[in-house]
Design a protein around this ligand. Structure first.
Ligand code: G3H
Length: 482
């Protein structure tokens, strides 16, 4: 509500995935603390957002678009001054390699600039009238209401801001809860929020989900729920809203994106894309390639070349140049990955790279597993980490069955050079996933492209332009002239 409040209640320590050695033991670096707000504090933030939404003419929701844009421009200018600090925290809090952390920051600023440009364009285009059967109408795009925005730990800035910025710029008032890991990096931006937006327009809360966002949902006063994270997290929260039919949800959820490597694929390029697609940021991307189906005639050769490339990846601290494998922020993650690995090994998969799957503290060495089959957990469960399962396949129908029967439908990649065959597969898969990548890894970017998915992978579409629609709604103003 336009002020920075101090908190005298419980605090939660924020630990880095980076460990330091003290004597014989390794311990996580303590980065700071965040407040664990209680239900009352969360509801007070909600009250501020509700009040700011209902202030009447000229307030944030009804402010002229160009004026609202000026607030966001001011925020962008102040945010850019915090680049070094935010990038440093991205490295320390979630172990993101420096180059990727810097890219995430710059990409987020570009996204804000593109959103401003798209809204200015939309504002110019909105001046036309509809004339029909004696009625004159004009459509205004107005905000949806009070928005709750929550982002994921792997892109705590970019993914979060691709909901937060459109929500704000379209006139919604917002409650924003930063990701659990990647929470401190919002602190250098608090002053920028404070100085750029009217009181109550953006309210930032911290704390345990059940006490904070649980209470917000149960109040029934959240109109728009923008959430990027797990399916379970989204469903649990949505269920708490007493009137789910009144809740607009924009969700980016779980995925198990397959690559399909056809016999005539360009091997060099395919390997490069599959390694980056599977292992960038340790495979902790919703858009990562999570299972590779390879036509049997080239599978052995593919696995041998893939393994050679994976073996070249360097592990190290996020600030070291050229590292790919960095510490994982989620507690218990190495244990989960080890379980998936052991399950696959016990059912006949072979570990291709010596040392793969070894873990020390929060490091986990990437592991290539082959041949993977349908009885293994890795075949259908999302690993969200550095495990690369390869499935040899005799008939393309096996992959088609996989995609059709999967609970997920975010993206897939097809690698092959026969345009007719690739085109036929595109036709088959187009109604199953949100994006089909040809001879390239799965990915969200460029952020102006639509980002969505089917089944349990998403609800709604995000892109610069789609988000402007997703975070607003049309109101028709009509008059009879006859
Ligand atoms: O985790 C999901 C992100 O949207 C991935 O984005 O494909 O650009 O890495 P990206």
């Amino acid at each position: 509500n336009g002020e920075l409040l101090s908190w005298a209640g419980e605090l939660s320590p924020v630990l880095s995935p980076v460990h330091i050695r003290a004597g014989d033991s390794l311990s996580q670096v303590l980065l700071g603390h965040t407040p664990l707000l209680d239900e009352q504090a969360a509801l007070s933030a909600l009250e501020s957002a509700v009040k700011a939404y209902n202030l009447g003419r000229g307030a944030w929701p009804s402010m002229p678009v160009l004026e609202r844009i000026q607030h966001v421009e001011k925020f962008l200018g102040l945010m850019q001054l915090q680049r070094d600090e935010v990038v440093r925290l991205l490295m320390w809090e979630i172990g993101k390699p420096y180059a990727d952390a810097a890219k995430e920051f710059d990409r987020t600023c570009d996204y804000i600039r593109d959103t401003i440009a798209a809204l200015k364009q939309q504002d110019r285009d909105a001046s036309h009238f509809i004339i029909e059967q004696g009625s004159l109408g004009k459509i205004r795009r107005v905000p949806v209401g009070v928005a709750l925005c929550m982002g994921p730990f792997n892109y705590p800035l970019n993914e979060t801001f691709t909901t937060l910025i459109p929500a704000l710029i379209m006139g919604n008032t917002v409650i924003f809860k930063p990701a659990k890991y990647g929470v401190l990096l919002i602190q250098p931006l608090l002053q920028a929020f404070l100085q750029s937006f009217p009181a109550g327009v953006i309210n930032i809360i911290y704390g345990r989900g059940r006490e904070t966002v649980g209470a917000l949902m149960a109040s029934g006063k959240i109109d728009l729920f923008a959430f990027i994270g797990t399916n379970k997290g989204a469903s649990d929260l949505k269920r708490m809203h007493p009137k789910p039919h009144r809740l607009r949800a924009v969700l980016g959820l779980d995925a198990k994106n397959p690559a399909i490597v056809l016999a005539d694929a360009d091997m060099h390029r395919t390997i490069k894309e599959c390694v980056a697609g599977s292992l960038s940021f340790n495979g902790q991307r919703c858009t990562a390639l999570k299972i590779l189906f390879v036509q049997r005639s080239i599978a052995d050769e593919f696995v041998s070349q893939l393994t050679a490339e994976v073996s070249k990846l360097t592990a190290g601290m996020p600030w070291q140049a050229g590292v790919t494998i960095t510490p994982l922020p989620e507690p218990g993650k190495t244990g989960f990955l080890t379980e998936l690995l052991q399950d696959a090994l016990s059912k006949g998969a072979r570990l291709q790279n010596p040392g793969g799957g070894n873990s020390v503290a929060s490091f986990f060495q990437p592991a290539v597993l082959y041949p993977v089959s349908s009885d293994m957990r890795l075949y259908s469960e999302e690993q969200f980490g550095p495990l690369v399962p390869v499935v040899p396949c005799d008939h393309i129908s096996e992959v088609i069955d996989y995609v059709v029967n999967s609970n997920f439908g975010q993206q897939l990649s097809i690698f092959g050079q026969d345009a007719i065959q690739v085109g036929e597969l595109v036709d088959i898969f187009a109604n199953q996933v949100g994006r089909i990548n040809i001879n390239s890894q799965c990915q969200r970017g460029p952020d102006s492209f639509p980002f969505n998915g089917r089944k349990d992978s998403a609800e709604g579409t995000l892109s610069v332009v789609d988000a402007l629609r997703q975070f607003s709604t049309p109101t028709l103003v009509a008059a009879k002239y006859q």
